[in-house]
Design a binder for this molecule. Structure first.
Ligand SMILES: Nc1ncnc2c1ncn2[C@@H]1O[C@H](COP(=O)(O)OP(=O)(O)O)[C@@H](O)[C@H]1O
Ligand SMILES: [Mg+2]
Length: 653
């Protein structure tokens, strides 16, 4: 085997280029992002032959000092970070110090730059295996110009993979579009083979931004898209959502920007797709442009050399927050279209200022600018905020809540209070970190009142509605024997069909016992979550057992003994079909009665018996899930003012 040796500079740079420089569009992306980092207000992208012959990028940014030109073309040389701490909170688009060196190693690159206070410009070229840089004076205006000629001329394998001029230029166009939307305050000009193809002027107001959106995403999108925004703590999400009716065959109108960086992030795309699920046909795509601003240390951009993907510190939270926000926005869109007064006067730049994010302000008042988009503006509220707030670490139960919870022995007196006063609709204080009180209740301090949610009733109600729709059941791992008080009821075999129809499979086991083989499988909606919340089997069994201690009202003689559950009667066998259809209805009717009875037994289960840790956790998880889904807990809550609660507890201060 050969001895070990160091690779020459050009080769190491070419290896690095393999990751960063996939095609001409990736060169454009890297170079344009350098312009943005240099504070450019205007960027010109000049392309020849789809980028294979020439990519020239010209900016009016702060330029590069003459003495740094050589370094700029060296790998791992950057002006953007100095330490690991900088890396953890990087604000610039670049930071790896790799792009120029990599591009230079697979093309003929010329870097020309002039800083505002310099007498003249300078240009640099890297050549040979060592990539030795030659710096010479050059005529230049303030800013930087980089020319990349003959991309991949020295890496034939790569060059072979270049597609047609048209395809490569389409990719470049897409890149410039994304950068233009990501940096609305910067003007872009895109030329191909000497002709101006696109011009995106700088957006200095909300209206300008909408104009830009029209240029990038098309008139159709800008006319029907719904503008939304939500600021919470240091997280700000805003943008435009295409209405579900305007779905597309391609996903080309999907833009996500995080802290000014265009990304194609799977997590965020999934969240958005999930929000649109059920609103657009399968295989079709929604359109959107979404701007997320968050503290730099909340998001890691150093995941991949191309920086398309990011990693959030709390991915689940940002995902869920986004889902809720978009769902709220989409489901409210119809009424909002009618309600033009709703937040339509809030301008983009006002919101930007509030959230401390990029501002498009040019100093003009924009109080009516939002109107131009038919008033379709939405300010994210309600549960999406709660989802985010409550899923953040360290959210502790309020003192009030704690104090009240300690008085739990007095609850029985308290619950008789008929004070069903109205609950503050805008409450934001659904405290999910709080554990179940008496394994059943949540105590929610609101602004003036305290709400008490009966989570158990809420769950049963939810389950009942699902049970009515779906009686699928699942076998028990170990069948359970239950005692029957009135065994004569079970002499009628039709009764087993009734149970079966309700999802409970029983078989006779001696004179006074039945064997429980299957119980209902009650799942949360599988399309919205992978989590399932079936009622634990022990609850079913306890309720069943107490039911079996009674006379079953539906076991009377009128119940036909030949009943069998027939879901699809054969249309040709007329009389038999009629008979079995009637029987089937009868069974269904009885099964519904049975369900009601079982629910009653479940409801009356004595919750003073301490449920197992798993049970408690399960109900708590269920409630959390419901809240995250935006379900309404208010029908299962009653509220009481703090003072009246304290007086009932004999603790008036
Ligand atoms: N258009 C530009 N204007 C000013 N400086 C630039 C420009 N392009 C590159 N530079 C300088 O060259 C350095 C190296 O660029 P690059 O290789 O893209 O690495 P990075 O952007 O990761 O720092 C940058 O850190 C920056 O200082
Ligand atoms: Mg860079």
């Amino acid at each position: 085997m050969d001895r070990i040796h160091s690779l020459d500079t050009q080769l190491t740079n070419q290896i690095a280029a393999g990751e960063v420089v996939e095609r001409p569009a990736s060169v454009v992306k890297e170079l344009v992002e350098n312009c943005i980092d240099a504070g450019a207000r205007r960027v010109e992208v000049d392309i020849e032959r789809g980028g294979a012959r020439l990519i020239r990028i010209l900016d009016d940014g702060r330029g590069i000092h003459k003495d740094d030109l050589a370094l700029a073309l060296t790998r791992h040389a950057t002006s953007k970070i100095k330490s690991f701490n900088d890396l953890c909170a990087v604000k610039s688009l670049g930071f790896r110090g790799e792009a120029l060196a990599s591009i230079a190693s697979v093309s003929r690159l010329l870097l020309r730059s002039r800083q505002a206070d310099a007498e003249l410009g300078w240009q640099a070229v890297a050549e040979g295996r060592d990539m030795a840089v030659k710096v010479t004076p050059a005529a230049a205006v303030t800013g930087t110009c980089i020319e990349v000629r003959d991309l991949f001329y020295n890496t034939p394998a790569r060059r072979k993979f270049l597609r047609t001029e048209k395809t490569e230029f389409t990719h470049i166009e897409d890149t410039v579009k994304r950068e233009a939307l990501a940096n609305p305050e910067v003007a872009f000009v895109l030329k191909h083979n000497g002709k101006i193809i696109k011009r995106y002027p700088a957006a200095k107001s909300f209206e300008h931004l909408q104009e830009k959106l029209k240029l990038v995403c098309g008139r159709g999108f800008s006319q029907q898209a719904l503008y939304f925004h939500s600021d919470l703590d240091e997280l700000s999400i805003k943008g435009w959502l295409g209405s579900p009716q305007h779905h597309r065959s391609e996903s080309d109108n999907q833009f996500i920007f995080i802290n000014g960086r265009p990304v194609k992030d799977r997590l965020l795309s999934h969240a958005i797709r999930q929000s649109y699920t059920g609103r657009i046909p399968q295989g079709r795509f929604a359109s959107y442009a979404i701007y997320i601003q968050c503290p730099a240390n909340e998001v890691d951009v150093n995941v991949h050399p191309t920086k398309h993907e990011v990693r959030f510190r709390n991915p689940r939270q940002i995902h869920d927050f986004l889902v809720k926000l978009i769902e709220e926005c989409l489901s409210g869109s119809t009424s909002m279209l009618d309600n033009t007064s709703m937040n339509s006067t809030t301008s983009f730049e006002q919101q930007s200022a509030q959230s401390g994010s990029q501002s498009y302000s040019d100093g003009q008042a924009q109080s009516d600018s939002g109107q131009s988009n038919s008033g379709k503006t939405y300010s994210g509220q309600a549960f999406s905020r709660q989802v985010y707030a409550h899923s953040k670490d360290g959210y502790s139960a309020s003192e009030n809540c704690q104090r009240i919870a300690e008085q739990h022995n007095a609850y029985q007196q308290m619950s008789s209070v008929s004070e069903q006063s109205s609950v503050n609709k805008n409450s934001q204080s659904f405290n999910l970190n709080q554990t179940l009180w008496k394994q059943r209740y949540w105590v929610l301090p609101e602004s003036e009142t305290i709400s008490i949610v009966d989570a158990w009733s809420w769950y049963l109600n939810w389950m009942a509605s699902r049970w009515l729709l779906n009686c699928q059941s699942k076998p028990l791992l170990i069948p359970q024997m239950l005692t029957v008080k009135h065994s004569e009821d079970f002499e009628n075999p039709a009764l087993f069909d009734v149970f079966k129809q309700a999802g409970i499979e029983l078989t006779p086991a001696g004179a006074t016992q039945v064997m429980v083989r299957q119980l209902p499988l009650l799942m949360a909606d599988a399309s919205t979550t992978e989590q399932a919340f079936p009622l634990p089997a022990n609850h079913w069994l306890t309720a069943l057992q107490s039911l079996l201690q009674q006379r079953l009202p539906f076991s009377e003689k009128q119940m036909p003994s030949n009943a069998s559950v027939q879901t699809s009667p054969t249309p040709n066998t007329h009389s038999a079909a009629d008979e079995s259809a009637a029987t089937s209805t009868e069974v269904e009717h009885r099964a519904n009665q049975l369900k009601q009875q079982i629910l009653k037994h479940l409801q009356s289960l004595d919750n003073t018996e301490t449920p197992s840790r798993d049970d408690r956790q399960w109900l708590q998880n269920w409630v959390q899930h419901q809240v995250a889904e935006g379900a309404d807990w208010r029908p299962f809550a009653f509220s009481i003012s703090e003072s009246s609660l304290l007086s009932k507890l004999g603790q008036v201060h």
